[in-house]
Design a protein around this ligand. Structure first.
Ligand code: N01
Length: 487
């Protein structure tokens, strides 16, 4: 098949919340010469890929949706994955961006060459003046480095690549990991499997999940009076926002939250020995706080064994722990998360002088406003370094970044600029500020390791402050902060 090469003013990569939101806003702002590259055959990003049983959002849906596309029809406080995937499909069609999407194009490399981006994909090449990355951090499953991992002869898959063809009934299943994904799928598969061996390396804090169905009356009110829905959304927003104070700055609030989680554990797990093994040894908030009402009730069932000894190796027939015990299983499910601080995009994108993001980030992931990177002209990254949240909706952060990028485009047009590249000193000042606010927070001092931290222990993933502060900072693109080239 002949390889296509096409030129567009803007290339966006990815069709999760970031890529779809960017595409809609570009269109609304009158930019039509853009394409969105997507490796899969439909939109949705992590919400398309993660189809494990029990998958749902742990942020209330009325907040976890675009401000420009409120959805009065969410079925419950924390919507299940299929509804969120549908929502993204619906937004794609409703706002007419599907025709801009080129499916089945996995970006393999993007290089800044001769004043433009040259993007090589699995199906053809694209060139563009601007490259906007919507490749989120929850896109590439992470497998642990375990001795013998390849030798296992049974069925094996990752929670982000669920094998729906495999009937789990009657199987002896090992689950590795007890993060946000595992605590959702374990209760869903526990009644089905013969035996479940849950390998827990670190006991997580689990809070009650205040979920409920949204009634038809409420939906009708939201449909009829959008302002009520707006107010409802704002209420949830401010409630969540105040949590950042607790997480980051106020140990007293943390202690209170820990008490609530401790009571939750006590109520749901009667056996004191098991309870001791399920009691976390770090400050709540240091890792992402989990919410569930059915996780503990599932793991106290007689067909579940919680194993806290470290894994020594994987063998053809199962898992051996460091105490020498062999756990024979016929299925292993990895609930071991994503490559968050080792993003594939780091080796993909090469800026000025062929420097890759990985080389540029030898001292840790860093970007001005989590969005623009020195040495990478006309490149903007959605959900870039230090824009993640442990407490609230990523969609809010994404929309702030989108507004910033749109303002950059408008400024380029207004000032006749063909190239913008953030000044290194501007980026450094911003990143220094972020890193210093990370000191003395629960994320760095809470006594845990987490995917928030990179291999050097730096928190390069989370935004350490209020999200409204981020919104304020990203409100206006200031070309004085950038090295520019005129048309
Ligand atoms: O992954 P994780 P996840 N031996 O990285 C364990 C989002 N999300 O897929 O804690 C044994 O949190 C590891 O142990 P430890 C959300 O942002 C959102 O669950 O490092 N265990 C941990 O228990 C979330 O934070 C929703 O000691 C090993 C687990 O694997 C992010 O996705 C729902 C191991 C990994 O947990 C990732 O969550 C689901 C080893 N060698 C997910 N290596 C929403 O509802 C790792 N582990 C929005």
């Amino acid at each position: 098949m002949a390889q296509e090469t096409s030129h567009h003013r803007i290339v966006v990569v990815g069709t999760g919340f970031a890529g779809i939101g960017m595409a809609v806003r570009l269109k609304q702002a009158g930019y039509d010469d853009f394409v969105v590259l997507e490796r899969a055959d439909d939109v949705g990003g992590t919400w398309r890929d993660n189809t494990y049983p029990g998958c749902r959002c742990d942020v209330p849906s009325h907040l976890y949706s675009f401000s420009f596309a409120p959805n009065p029809d969410w079925s419950s406080t924390f919507s299940p994955q299929p509804e969120i995937e549908d929502y993204l499909r619906n937004v794609t069609d409703r706002f007419g961006v599907r025709r801009h999407i080129r499916f089945g194009r996995a970006v393999e490399e993007a290089r800044w060459e001769d004043g433009q981006w040259r993007i090589r994909t699995s199906q053809g090449e694209f060139t563009a003046e601007l490259l906007l990355s919507g490749m989120g951090p929850l896109a590439e499953p992470s497998y642990p480095e375990l001795q013998g991992i390849e030798s296992f002869e049974g069925e094996v898959f990752h929670s982000a690549e669920w094998n729906h063809d495999l009937d789990l009934s009657g199987r002896t299943v090992a689950v590795i990991g007890t993060g946000a994904s595992a605590i959702q799928f374990v209760p869903a598969i526990q009644p089905e499997v013969e035996e479940l061996r849950l390998f827990q390396r670190t006991a997580p804090w689990v809070m009650p999940r205040p979920d409920r169905s949204i009634t038809e009356v409420e939906k009708a009110v939201f449909r009829r009076f959008p302002l009520v829905q707006k107010a409802f959304r704002a209420g949830i927003y401010w409630g969540r926002e105040s949590m950042v104070l607790g997480f980051a700055k106020m140990p007293a609030i943390m202690k209170l939250a820990q008490k609530v989680a401790g009571k939750h554990l006590e109520r749901q797990v009667r056996d004191p020995l098991l309870r001791a093994r399920l009691t976390p040894d770090f400050t709540l908030g240091c890792k992402r706080v989990l919410i569930s009402d059915d996780y503990y009730p599932a793991i106290v069932q007689p067909n579940v064994d919680v194993i806290t000894d470290r894994i020594a190796e994987v063998t053809p027939s199962g898992i051996v722990t460091e105490d020498g015990v062999k756990h024979d299983v016929d299925t292993i499910i990895y609930g071991t998360g994503f490559r968050v601080t080792d993003l594939p995009v780091m080796d993909m994108v090469h800026g000025r002088d062929g420097v890759s993001l990985r080389e540029a980030w030898s001292d840790g992931m860093a970007a001005h406003l989590g969005t623009a990177i020195a040495g990478f002209p006309n490149f903007f990254m959605l959900i870039g370094p230090n824009t993640g949240l442990g407490h609230s909706s990523m969609v809010f952060m994404i929309e702030s970044q989108i507004a910033y990028i749109l303002d950059a485009l408008k400024t380029m047009d207004a000032e006749g600029l063909r190239q913008v590249e953030v000044r290194p000193e501007v980026q450094r000042a911003f990143v220094d500020g972020v890193r210093s606010s990370m000191r003395n927070t629960v994320w760095t001092r809470g006594g845990c390791t987490s995917w928030y931290l990179d291999s050097e222990g730096r928190n390069t993933t989370l935004w350490p402050s209020f999200t409204f502060r981020f919104r304020r900072l990203t409100r206006r693109f200031d070309s004085a902060e950038y090295q520019t080239l005129a048309m």
